[in-house]
Structures are given as C-alpha cells and as structure tokens.
Ligand binder design. Structure first.
Ligand SMILES: Cc1cc2nc3c(=O)[nH]c(=O)nc-3n(C[C@H](O)[C@H](O)[C@H](O)COP(=O)(O)OP(=O)(O)OC[C@H]3O[C@@H](n4cnc5c(N)ncnc54)[C@H](O)[C@@H]3O)c2cc1C
Length: 406
C-alpha cells in the first residue's frame, strides 16, 4: 500500500524538523521520514558535544513554530558579547549586544535540544506524521509527483519531496543533482570544557595558524569548544590523554579563560565546502546541509538551513493558499532564487576568512591586524557585520521576522 501526503520531508534534523513544523502549522498534510528517532531524553549533566550558535533570525523562526520555549526549558545560553582576535597579530574585534536593540547577540544550544523541542511540537500537530526508522531505498518520478520506496518495502508518495537528509544526502543523489566543492583538509574538533574563569556570556574566538579556536558559553557555566585543526593534527589530538590535551588547549587559548580544568568526550568532524548544483528539480527540493555545507567558523550552517526551511515553507503554504498546485514548478524556482545567492555569499565569506587567516606571513598578519582594528573602530561597518552575524538581513522569510503568516 502507498501512503500519500501533500509534502514528504526526508530528514528530521534541525532543518527538516523545523520545516515539517512550519508546514504542519500552515495546514499542509506532511510526512516526516528519518532513518532514526531523535534523542528526546538524557541524564542530567550529560552534555551533547554538538552545539550551534543560533541567531536572532533562527530564534524568531523557532518561536513562530512553537519550539523556542521547549529549547529554553531544556537549556539555552544567551551570549551578549563576541570577542574575536588574531593569535598572530594585534587584530581584535568586539561585538557587544549593548550596541544593538537586543539583550543578547544569540544563543548557544545543544543540537539535540533543538531537535527534541522541534519533535515535541511535531507530536502535537495533527497535520504531520513522523515515521522512524525509515531508510529510503529509491525514489521514482511519477506523473504527479515522487514515490519513495523504503528498504522494508513501504511506499510513500507526494507532489513534493524535500531532502533535508544532511551533507551526504542520498536523496540528492537519487534526484541526480550534483555538487561542487572541496574538502578543507581540516576537522572541527568539538568537546565540552570546564575553564578556570567564567565565560561571561561571551563567545570567544582566537584565529590560529591551523584554524580558529572558539569557546562558546553553555548554560551550565562550561564552554563548548570548536577547534579547527588540520585533519592530521585533529586525529592526533583526539588520541591524547586528557591532561596533555588540556595543556595544548590552554596554550592555544592564550590563557583568556585561565586554566583548562576538565574535558569531556572529544570528536572531530571533517569540514567541507560544498553546494548543490541546483536546489530544486521536478517535484523535489533540497534544504539545509543537503543543499550547502560551509565552514563552521562563524557558526552559520544550521542558521542558513533554518532560513531555507522558513523560505520553503512560506513558498509552499502561500502556493496552496492561492489555490495553485504543489506539483507546479514556479514556487520551487522562487525558493531557489530566494536562498541560493544568500547561502553562496555566506559560504564564500567563510571560505575567504578561513583562507586569509591560514596565511602565515608577517605582511598578512599586519593586513589582518589593520583590517580587524579598522572594522572594530568603524561603527557602521561593525553594525553591518553584527546584523549579518545575527541573521538580520534584507529579504528574510516572514517567520525569521517573527511574522506568523498562516
Ligand atoms: C564542528 C561544527 C560546528 C558547527 N557549529 C555550528 C553553529 O555554531 N551554528 C550553526 O548554525 N551551524 C553550525 N554547524 C553546522 C550545523 O551543524 C549543520 O549545518 C546542521 O546540523 C545541518 O542540519 P540538517 O538538518 O540540514 O542536517 P543533519 O543535522 O545532518 O540532519 C539530517 C537528518 O537526516 C537523517 N537522514 C540522513 N540520511 C537519511 C536517509 N537516507 N533516510 C532517512 N533519514 C536520513 C539523519 O538521521 C538526520 O536526522 C556546525 C557544524 C560543525 C561540523
């Protein structure tokens, strides 16, 4: 038997789950498929080493779809300041929420907290059915849509299938959409660390020869680190005993948070620059990491994906409200035009910053120092960058502006 819906979303991570929530609120009959159920409960004090810095725009989206209160209840750490400095020059940048109309610049949230809060909302939406485990075996193009075949023999069909199944998206390959990109030969080493000094609700980032080291404040007083290192170094550091790792971390931090006292489990994620050649095809669209993977140095991957989710949900809901068929192409093209340029711009900026800081030459160090200090003392430029980092750009989808349109 084939189960039919108006939209099928494959992938219930931050992006797919947010998209399914928005569609469900907008009265779209939605199926959400994931190969596994998300973690919804855990022991108190046990931290997820994967965290994201969520922007004000992401917060607005999560508020509109009803997930923000669940996130705050489980634990979200506001950060009020962001301090960025160059480990090999005098370059320094300071962003302060006091220069904005907000009480914080954003929040650091464990990824599993965001996902759990989104799935709580999905449970309450009669328009959304979540199916796990669901492993996709194949996807066929039919006259009026797409049909998904699961490895256990079940079939699902809809006029629109959305792939939010992450960076290595199987659905993207099944749709025949290629990618352009390259590996950075760098890993993002992540862990939770207890530091001697308080984090002061500040996101700290020091640029070093192999890549930036970030200390992100957590709600329990600890910090989450994202340390970009060459793949070789990252693998070596993963294998070090805790005390040796803490010593190297302390050295790399420049002592900004005092001694490094305790470290939790460590993991390293290979980093890639990758974008899909197209975001859409007949009865098909990509969102989140399935469409674009970027360097995490400014913590924008999930935020960009949440903007995709908000924009795509808006295009779908408005199309249905206007009585146009979801099997059409026009609204999908509109979504692609809306998001692709913005995402590419963000990815290329991250790429450029990563490359600029990788150059180990005294002239470059002087240039970086001049550039950073110039920005730090130029209010208009700093305000522009700050607003961008907070996700407050022109042409935002309604949900990112806090506008519930359904
Ligand atoms: C070190 C590091 C630090 C980062 N820090 C930040 C940050 O501070 N801020 C930020 O915004 N971003 C950050 N990012 C990026 C962010 O983590 C990703 O952009 C985000 O998780 C992507 O979400 P997604 O939902 O698109 O994909 P994913 O999180 O990969 O979710 C994909 C989902 O699809 C499911 N799935 C996959 N394949 C299938 C299949 N075949 N069938 C069924 N289901 C499937 C998976 O089970 C999963 O649930 C960071 C990334 C790294 C590596």
């Amino acid at each position: 038997m084939t189960v039919q819906a108006e939209v099928i979303v494959v992938g219930g991570g931050m992006v797919g789950a947010a998209l399914a929530c928005a569609l469900g609120h907008g009265g779209i009959d939605t199926l959400l498929l994931d190969r596994r159920s998300p973690e919804r409960e855990w022991d108190e004090g046990q931290r997820d080493i994967r965290v994201s810095a969520l922007t004000k725009a992401s917060q607005a989206i999560l508020e509109c779809i009803g997930a923000w209160s669940g996130i705050v209840q489980r634990g979200a750490a506001p950060y009020k300041d962001m301090r960025v400095w160059d480990g090999r020059s005098e370059g320094y940048l300071h962003f302060d929420c006091a220069d904005t109309v907000f009480t914080e610049l954003g929040h650091i949230v464990e990824n599993r907290i965001t996902v759990a809060a989104l799935w709580d909302v999905l449970d309450s939406l009669p328009t959304v059915q979540c199916i796990t485990p669901a492993e996709i075996e194949g996807m066929d193009l039919t006259e009026n849509g797409r049909r998904l075949r699961l490895t256990d023999g079940r079939c699902f069909k809809a006029p629109l299938v959305i792939a939010a199944d992450g960076r290595e998206s199987a659905l993207r390959s099944m749709a025949g959409i290629g990618v352009t990109g390259w590996p950075y030969q760098q890993d993002g080493l992540v862990a939770t660390v207890q530091t001697e000094f308080e984090h002061q609700a500040t996101a700290w980032q020091r640029f070093l020869e192999e890549g930036p080291l970030a200390f992100l404040p957590l709600f329990d007083g600890q910090c989450s680190i994202v340390w970009t290192l060459s793949t070789h170094t990252a693998q070596r550091y993963l294998a070090l005993p805790d005390d040796e790792f803490l010593r190297l971390l302390q050295q790399a931090s420049g002592g900004i948070l005092g001694d490094m006292l305790k470290i939790g489990p460590r993991a390293a994620f290979p980093l890639k620059f990758q974008f899909a050649d197209r975001y859409t095809d007949a009865h098909f669209a990509l969102a989140g990491d399935a469409a674009h993977a970027m360097h995490p140095l400014a913590g924008q991957g999930a935020n960009a994906g949440l903007l995709d989710a908000a924009a795509l949900a808006e295009a779908i809901i408005v199309t249905k409200r206007d009585g146009r068929p979801l099997a059409g192409k026009q609204y999908l093209r509109q979504y692609e035009r809306w998001r692709k340029g913005d995402n590419l711009m963000m990815m290329m900026s991250m790429d450029l910053i990563n490359k600029t800081y990788a150059v180990d030459s005294p002239i470059f160090a002087k240039l970086r120092s001049f550039g950073m200090n110039r920005i730090n003392h130029t209010a208009a430029l700093k305000d522009y960058l700050n607003r961008h980092a907070m996700g407050l750009r022109d042409d935002l989808p309604c949900l990112a502006k806090g506008d519930i349109f359904w």
